[in-house]
Design a protein. Sequence first.
Length: 116
Amino acid sequence: QVELVESGGGLVQAGGSLRLSCAASRISPSVFRVKTMAWYRQGPGKQRELVAAITGGYSTNYADSMKGRFTISRDNAKTTCYLQMNSLKPEDTAAYSCVLRPGDYWGQGTQVTVSS
């Protein structure tokens, strides 16, 4: 069973940056490289929403509100996916989780809090 562990969350002031990591274990790099990785977030009182996704072919997709501020990337050799978040806003405050697909393997999430 694939396991995902997110890290890198924390408290940051508005305008700041954070880099989230999602490390996958129990999966080989050769299998990981063909999987799609995505980041979702769920803010207080809000529904979970897609933040960004990256395919095995490195095609990326971003939610409109994250375009130009967030960058998703992956290191297949390390079986890790990253989310670089710049120009953070208070409305970016949420629990951020990663998912590996197909299979829908989810991590436990990491909290990001942006203060104004």
